[in-house]
Design a protein around this ligand. Structure first.
Ligand code: ADP
Ligand code: MG
Length: 232
């Protein structure tokens, strides 16, 4: 029956997801185990290994916290979030990395204090993921352009880069768990971002051309339609 089919589909999706998570967590665990073993075996001081071990622990921690978004979507505390403020802090955070890679972040916020009802850390996470992807899409530098607008119905954030862009086949796979084209990517960033946007009743669109660049557009309903719990 249709229901059985849907359950089978669900199970195979869970299987794929579990396999991906297991893989993502086992890799750093294997490294940690190897390094701890080495610590016991040769004469080097323990601190020789601690940086790598800490990096790998951070990686597991990052993956687990990304997945928490899926575990407890109902526990989100919605507050008034100032999007100008969130964007500014994410840009500030990424500027050193961008500078290092010859990427210039240009932004235009024609309206002050654009407010939506949401969870600040999650919204930050989305913008961080998208901007990081844009930086990573420009290995020899370039420009990222961020625009924040408000129409009568919506609040719209546009993030445009001049990076490597994507083919149609690649665009179709965006948001699938563990889809990555990067050597050290985990393919969780967009899946998590899409989920967060969905939780906020927003929408996200992508427009990309190979070797020309990519534009992500996020839009939220204007806040008068949403209930605001209290300010943060
Ligand atoms: P990761 O960054 O770990 O690969 P993401 O979920 O953030 O995982 O992105 C998935 C894939 O989508 C990337 O590996 C890349 O192929 C593609 N992608 C995302 N954003 C961009 C972008 N701005 N330009 C080009 N490709 C992108
Ligand atoms: Mg990413």
């Amino acid at each position: 029956s249709e229901e059985t089919l849907r359950n089978t589909e669900k199970l195979s999706m869970i299987g794929e997801l579990a396999a991906g998570i297991a893989h993502e967590i086992r890799n750093p665990l294997t490294t940690i185990r190897g390094f701890v073993q080495l610590m016991n075996q040769n004469g080097k001081e323990p601190y020789y290994y601690t940086d790598t071990i800490l990096d790998e622990i951070d990686r597991i921690n990052f993956i687990v916290s990304e997945l928490m978004i899926f575990a407890k979507p109902h526990q989100i505390q919605y507050n008034e979030c100032n999007i100008n403020n969130i964007l500014t802090s994410v840009i500030k955070f990424l500027e050193p990395e961008a500078n290092l890679k010859n990427v210039e972040i240009e932004y235009e916020f024609p309206i002050e204090d654009v407010i939506i009802s949401g969870e600040r850390n999650q919204l930050k996470q989305v913008l961080l993921n998208l901007l990081k992807n844009s930086i990573e899409a420009m290995p020899s530098g370039g420009k990222i352009y961020i625009l924040l607008e408000r129409t009568t119905q919506n609040i719209v954030i546009t993030i445009k880069d001049e990076g490597i862009g994507m083919e149609t086949e690649q665009i179709k796979k965006l948001g699938e768990p563990f889809f990555t084209t990067k050597q050290d990517g985990n393919g969780l960033g967009l899946m998590v971002s899409y989920k967060i946007i969905q939780n906020h009743k927003g929408s996200i669109h992508v427009n990309s051309n190979l070797n020309q660049g990519t534009t992500f557009t996020i839009s939220f309903e204007s806040p008068q339609k949403n209930k605001i719990v209290h300010e943060s």
